[in-house]
Design a protein around this ligand. Structure first.
Ligand code: GDP
Ligand code: IMO
Ligand code: MG
Length: 432
C-alpha cells in the first residue's frame, strides 16, 4: 500500500513537478490535493519544458491516472485550456486518465476579479498573489457558498447555486463601474457550457482513491506551493489559501493518514520566493540577479522574476518537522557551480537573541539577520554528472552538511531538469 506525499519545503517552485514526473515512472496514480491554477509545475516532455497548472505532473506517462482531488480549486476555463494545450502536444487526456473530484470547488470568473481587486486596493492588502482567483474561491468554500465540481452534474440546480453565490457578492459588484459588472446570465451560460465538457471526468475520487490504495496501487500525492506558503504554518499573511503541507494531502484527497507511507520534501539547494513576504536569506542587487540568471528563476505561471537567496536551514528544518518528512529531494544543485564559496543559513539573529526555530510572526522574520555558515564551493558544471559518486567532493560536502542541519536524509540530488538528472544517494531510503 505505497502512498507517497510530495511537498515543497520552501516557498514553492522547488522542482516538485520535475520530481513527481520522475517518480511517476513507477507510480500508478498521481493526485493533486490543494491549490489551483496558481501552481506552475514544470516537466520536460519531448525535450521541452511544459508548465502544468491544474493537471498532475504524471500526465506525460501514458500508464498513469491523474486525479484532481477534493482539496483543489478548479478554474474550469483554465482546466479546459490546459487539456487542449496538452492534447496539442500529443498527450491524450481521457476520462480513464483524468478524474476530477466531485467535491472540488469551482473558481468562477469573478473570483479572479476579486483577487485582482484586492491586490489593487492598496499596498497594505497586497500579497503579490498570482491573481488566479484561488484565495476568493477558498473563501467561498469556507463561507459555505461555494459551487462544487459535482454541482455541474445537475445543470437544473446550477442556477440556484449560482444565485446564492451571486447574492453573496453584491457589495463587490455594486462597487464596480457598471460596465465592469459581470452579467448573471452570461456567467450561468458559461458554467453550463463547462458542465457539459467536464462532466465525463467527474468522479467520487474519495471512494476511488481508497479502493486503489487498498488494492496496493502506487499513489503519489503532489503538493503545490510550499511549506512557507501554508495558510497555517507559512509566513502568514503572506501565504496562499490552503494547507500545502502533508496534512493537506489527507484532507485534500480523502486518503487518511494511516494510508500514507512516505513523505518526500522537495528543497532547492538555495531559496526562492515570488510575491510579497519575509525572506531572511534574500540576496540584494547584483548578487540576487546573478543567482536568478544562473537558476533561470522566473515564475512558471506569471513569468515574474523570483526573489533569490541562500539555503535557509531554519526554514527547511521546520518544513521537515511540520511535514514529518521521511526524506528530502534536493534540486538545482547544478546552479551553484562556479561559486567560490556557498552559504547556508543556520540560525537567525534577532534583537540580540539567537533563533534556531522558525518564528510565527512575519515581522520578526523581516527583522532577523541570517547567521551563515560558509563552505568551499566547486567550479565543475554538474549537469552531466549521472551518479552521486561523480559529484565534486565539495558539492557532496555541501549536501551532507544540509542533511545534518535539516535532520532528515537527503534521498536524491538533482543536477538538471530532466528525469536522468536525478541522482540517488547510496544510503537513500527507498521510496516505493
Ligand atoms: P515546482 O513549482 O516546484 O514544480 O517548480 P517550477 O517548475 O515552478 O520551477 C522549477 C524549475 O527548475 C523548472 O524550470 C524546472 O524545469 C527546473 N528544474 C527542476 N529541477 C532542476 C534541477 O535540478 N536543475 C535545474 N537546473 N533545473 C531544475
Ligand atoms: P508552485 O506550485 C510560488 C505565491 C504567490 C503569492 C502567494 C499567494 O508552482 O510552487 P495565491 O495566488 O496563491 O493567492 O498567491 O503565494 N504562490 C506561489 N509561489 N510557487 C507557487 O506554486 C505559488 N502559488 C502561489 O506568489 O506570494
Ligand atoms: Mg512552480
Amino acid at each position: 500500500m505505497p502512498v507517497v506525499v510530495v511537498v515543497g519545503a520552501q516557498w514553492g517552485d522547488e522542482g516538485k513537478g520535475a520530481m513527481v514526473d520522475t517518480l511517476a515512472k513507477e507510480a500508478d496514480i498521481v493526485v493533486r490535493f490543494q491549490g489551483g491554477a496558481n501552481a506552475g509545475h514544470t516537466v520536460i516532455y519531448k525535450g521541452k519544458p511544459v508548465a502544468l497548472h491544474l493537471i498532475p505532473s504524471g500526465i506525460t506517462h501514458e500508464h498513469t491516472v491523474c486525479v484532481i482531488g477534493n482539496g483543489v480549486v478548479v478554474d474550469p476555463k483554465a482546466l479546459l485550456d490546459e487539456i487542449e494545450a496538452l492534447s496539442s502536444l500529443g498527450i491524450s487526456i481521457t476520462p480513464e486518465r483524468l478524474k476530477i473530484s466531485d467535491r472540488a470547488h469551482l473558481t468562477l470568473p469573478y473570483h479572479r476579479m476579486l483577487d485582482a481587486a484586492r491586490e489593487m486596493a492598496g499596498s497594505r492588502l497586497r500579497l503579490g498573489t498570482t491573481r488566479r482567483g484561488v484565495g476568493p474561491t477558498y473563501v467561498d468554500k469556507v463561507d459555505r457558498v461555494g459551487i462544487r465540481v459535482g454541482d455541474l452534474k445537475f445543470p437544473e440546480r446550477l442556477e440556484t447555486k449560482l444565485r446564492i453565490n451571486w447574492e453573496h457578492k453584491q457589495a463587490f459588484f455594486n462597487a464596480l463601474p457598471p460596465d465592469e459588472r459581470p452579467d448573471f446570465n452570461a456567467v450561468l451560460d458559461e458554467l453550463l457550457k463547462y458542465a457539459e465538457l467536464i462532466q465525463p471526468y467527474i468522479t467520487d475520487t474519495v471512494t476511488w482513491l481508497n479502493e486503489q490504495a487498498d488494492a496496493g496501487k502506487r499513489i503519489l500525492l503532489e503538493g503545490a506551493q510550499g511549506t512557507g506558503l501554508d495558510v497555517d504554518f507559512g509566513t502568514y499573511p503572506f501565504v496562499t489559501s490552503s494547507n500545502t503541507t502533508a496534512g493537506g494531502a489527507c484532507t485534500g484527497s480523502g486518503l487518511p493518514p494511516t494510508k500514507i507511507n512516505f513523505v518526500l520534501g522537495i528543497a532547492k539547494a538555495y531559496t526562492t520566493r515570488v510575491g510579497e513576504g519575509p525572506f531572511p536569506t534574500e540576496l540584494q542587487g547584483e548578487e540576487q540577479v546573478k543567482l536568478r540568471e544562473k537558476g533561470r528563476e522566473y515564475g512558471a505561471t506569471t513569468g515574474r522574476p523570483r526573489r533569490c537567496g541562500w539555503f535557509d536551514a531554519v526554514l527547511v528544518r521546520y518544513a521537515a518537522t511540520v511535514n514529518g518528512c521521511t526524506a528530502l529531494a534536493l534540486t538545482k544543485l547544478d546552479v551553484l557551480s562556479g561559486y567560490p564559496e556557498v552559504k547556508i543559513c543556520v540560525a537567525y539573529r534577532w534583537r540580540g537573541e539567537m533563533l534556531t526555530t522558525f518564528p510565527a510572526e512575519s515581522f520578526i522574520l523581516e527583522e532577523v539577520e541570517p547567521v551563515y555558515e560558509t563552505l568551499p564551493g566547486w567550479d565543475e558544471p554538474l549537469s552531466e554528472c549521472r551518479s552521486w559518486e561523480k559529484l565534486p567532493a565539495n558539492a557532496q560536502r555541501f549536501v551532507m552538511r544540509l542533511q545534518e542541519l535539516v535532520g532528515v536524509p537527503i534521498a536524491t540530488v538533482s543536477v538538471g531538469p530532466e528525469r536522468s538528472c536525478v541522482l540517488t544517494k547510496p544510503d537513500a531510503p527507498s521510496i516505493w
